[in-house]
Ligand binder design. Sequence first.
Ligand code: GLC
Length: 643
Amino acid sequence: MSIDQLGNKAFINRLSGLDLPISNDADRQSFSDRLIQYGVQLEQLLREIYDDAFEDQIFNSLLYQLADNFSKRSPNLKLRDQRLANSEHWYLGHDQVGMACYVDRFAKNLNGLRLKTPYLKELGVTFLHLLPLYQSPDGENDGGYAVSDYRKVNPELGDMAQLREFIEECDKNDIHVVLDFIFNHTSDEHEWAKRAIAGEKKYQDFYFLYDDRKVPDQFDPFLREIFPHVRRGSFSYRQDIDKWIWTTFNSYQWDLNYANPNVFSAVMEEMLFLANTGCDVLRLDALSFIWKDPDTNCEGRPNTYKLINALNLCLRIAAPSVVFKSEAIVHPDNVVKYIDPQRCQLSYNPLLMGLLWSSLATTNTEFINQSLSHRFAINRQCAWVNYVRCHDDIGWFFDDKDAACVGIELNQHLAFLNDFYTNSSAAHFPSGVSFQDDPSIGDQRLCGSLASLCGLEKAMEQDNQAEISLAIKRILLLHSVILSIGGIPLIYAGDEIGMLNDYSYLDEPTQSHDARWVNRPIITTQAIELSKRTNTPQNIIFLGMTKMIAIRKLHPVFGNVATEIIKTNNPHLFVYQRKLGDQKRLIAVCNFSNLPQTLEIDNIRSAEQDEVFVDLISDEKIIISQTKTLNLSAYQVMWLKYE
Ligand code: GLC
């Protein structure tokens, strides 16, 4: 018997001594099977993390919690668990198209959101990320990312019963719902924080509270400041309790102390509650910050990964159809560390996002070609979530060696990008807003809606038809890449109809200091109506998007196959190939220049001379043997399909 088997046997013996709260025989069996499959690993990981602090009793009650939460899963969810266990991973499919939205900004409330289902279907959305909709402090709450109660929906949006109903309806409409799991911190109004404030030691130990600056002063010099305009350092002073508190983000977002095993169990309980709403994906917010080690930047520490593994195992045991999406907006070497079937099956792709904006600014594609040629491939059981814009700022995370390979000095390049996108002169098409610049370290980030960053705002102000048309092409070009390069494309609600920057946040005292609100416009009925009116810019964008989405859904070659970056001798073109078996090939050719460009056909010719390609976007036929060059107009995209 192997050590593993012996371990399992000992584990099974221990299990038989536990009275787990599952009444139904079939459920008991399926739960035990999964516990036997994953339980030993879970225990090992937790022992590695918590060492002596991890008593048997803690693990036994954790198993009890897992069983209890599994038993609370609805019969439908248990069926879904079984169904998905035996099928191909849905999130790898070419039929997936994502959208992220704030419920209130997109549809007022959950009832309104239900009424938007036909719109989502029309666009082809199958993956819907509802930005945080939990109860959070009135006024400032970091766009909902300060959670006061994971079990309550913000009453202005509806209630938990409505959320569950909505998710159930989504399931019937083949829409997978993604909910935020904000587990690095809670708001200072969460029950745990309130009890800590009231002096309960148990809950004070849930956070990092200090009587003086001694520990904060040891850590601060190593830590990244996330909102340097709001507060310097990562600690906030609370007068009412005369303590310093670790707050990586805003002063009202208290970091949880995962070195305390009770925090792990308490957070796991909240996670399983959310999993039982019926969502398919939990987005692990700010996951790289969850473990703190002295003398480090406290991001992506060894125990961070172990904790994510452990939480993933808890899902495998108690809510097996739910997967994780990683939100690590960090250096590309570190983004990929979270991507693993045992950690996060899905991950945002901040590198692709940044490179798309960089290519658009420079019209040069050498940097994207160089970086993605060795950074796009990930575990084939996992998928990128590719996006161009989201509710946050654009933070630049490139690799300096990749940059140097193509003659780019990274600091200068970032300064160029920030200037390019925020410069208000007419020579620059974008209307971006600078975010949290920190001249002491040369850091600057960027806000702005996709359409405004692509030039639609300035072009419309100037009523310049030629510029409007270029802006539309840029919007479609960037979306074409996320729709075709492999992974789940995630559209930020409103971008599909070219919503512009919304400056009304400047008049709103709780928002005016946070420029991210400029790219969180309210999507009004008028805005949607405009997109239905023939030949408006909004209409052209919407039709362009729906067309590309429909094409994606028709062809499995957009699904789970490897992507090969093709380097060409034209520095303005971004070209990649996807192959499904020997027969089906798709070559995407994207012109990042505002001028016409040509591609020598030899760059994409394969051994077979008589190939015939069809450009799925223009329907044009290209007979390779009769063609020397492909001509692309400004920002044109071709999706060349061969079979
Ligand atoms: C994530 C969210 C961002 C929020 C932060 C803190 O990065 O996307 O909006 O401010 O986490 O929760």
